[in-house]
Design a protein around this ligand. Structure first.
Ligand code: GLU
Length: 380
């Protein structure tokens, strides 16, 4: 048993468990045996003092099964209709399964737009904390019926990572239909091995993950590693583990060597910065010179007009924007105090000239440090 596992997993009490479609469904629709096993474990551990929040897929698969569809649905409205049919059934199954242990469940359906608004984000956090206080198990899914491309989480790995941040989970367990992350793509002639521990999500790790495709899930291993990156940047450890293995959650929490554990980053982001970095989508880019890049990355400084060389996109005051260096690499994201049009008038100039040119100087900084998240990646 690795010492890291015991230390990290031994202290986890608030746990986010994501259960993928590949785990929940068999060829006969929802796999009730697996759901019973998982709920037995979660209910048992809840009674020992653990708190669980579940992010569950399976609505579309269940709806398809109800309707007798065997081949993949093609159009978005068809998938949305299937989700509308399946979501109710999914909740009934969970409700019955937890009901055997006298526990209640709560359905929460979300789209990305519910989280990009800071107020709604905070409301959601309050609701979840009341549910947890009442010992009710929140079961979260994307609100597929209304979600169109621009407001979608993309996949439930992403949704689960954001929820882990919101509830300030001590651990994110991503249950999938593989044993974890492998060091190569299976079936390519080479022998592949399970990676038990990832200390840092390097480009190599991301590459290994994207080589591997998982036909049954939406995102495959790539989106699971991206989700791990999001939560570890917030200081939350993540484990990708086989959801169909009996007793898996207990094994994980007791520090047994199962799945792939991603260690949390030592210097992690605060909640607001994490929200800026991972929840908001950039509306445009601010191009910065080397001096500004150094000041942002190494000196913890705000972005001033003098270090800006240009902009891309048409953004307004308050919009999230990406700061891009001379190599085209995104080095930070933040909320801008000036519109693209105004930045182009003051770029390269000293702060003292802002008022003269724009007629007013609401802020010295184009992006204040408090509203900025430096990207968690290795820099030059
Ligand atoms: N929301 C989808 C469903 O319930 C699943 C999406 C995903 O697994 O990424 O069927």
């Amino acid at each position: 048993m690795m010492p890291e596992r015991k230390q990290i997993l031994g202290n986890a009490k608030r746990v986010l468990v994501k259960i993928g479609s590949g785990v929940l469904t068999g060829k006969d629709g929802l796999d009730l045996t697996i759901i019973d096993h998982l709920t037995d474990e979660i209910a048992g551990l809840s009674k020992e003092g653990y708190q669980f929040v579940i992010v569950s897929s399976g609505a579309i698969a269940s709806g398809m099964h109800r309707m007798g569809f065997r081949t993949k649905l093609q159009s978005m409205p068809q998938k949305q209709a299937a989700a509308a049919i399946g979501q109710g059934r999914l909740m009934r199954v969970y409700s019955n399964a937890f009901g055997r242990h006298d526990m209640n469940v709560a359905q929460i359906l979300l789209t990305m737009s519910d989280l990009t608004n800071r107020e709604r984000f905070l409301n959601m956090r309050n609701t979840l904390s009341v549910l947890m206080e009442w010992n009710v198990i929140p079961i979260i899914n994307e609100n597929d019926t209304v979600a169109v491309e621009e407001i979608k989480f993309g996949d439930n790995d992403n949704l689960a990572a954001m929820m882990a941040n919101i509830i300030e989970a001590h651990l994110f367990i991503n249950l999938t239909n593989t044993a974890g992350l492998y060091d190569g793509s299976p079936g390519k002639g080479k022998k592949t091995r399970l990676i038990p521990l990832v200390r840092e999500i390097t480009e190599d790790i991301e590459r290994v993950a994207s080589d591997e495709s998982d036909p049954s899930g939406t995102g495959g291993m790539k989106s699971k590693v991206l989700a791990a990156k999001k939560v570890t940047a917030f200081g939350i450890p993540c484990i990708i583990a086989p959801g169909k293995a009996k007793g898996i959650i207990q094994e994980i929490l007791s520090g047994k060597d199962v799945g792939t554990l991603f260690l949390p980053m030592k210097e992690h982001m605060r909640s607001k910065q994490h929200w800026i970095a991972f929840t908001l989508r950039a509306r445009g880019k601010i191009l910065v010179d080397e001096g500004a890049e150094r000041a942002i990355i190494h000196q913890g400084k705000s972005l001033l007009p003098s270090g800006i060389t240009g902009t891309e996109g048409d953004f307004e005051v308050g919009d999230p924007v990406a700061c891009v260096n001379l190599d085209g690499v995104v080095i930070a994201k933040g909320l801008t105090n000036y519109s693209a049009a105004d930045i182009n008038k003051i770029k390269g100039l000293r702060t003292s000239r802002i008022e003269q040119i724009l007629g007013a100087k609401p802020y010295d900084e184009v992006i204040h440090r408090d509203n900025m998240a430096v990207q968690p990646r290795k820099t030059r």
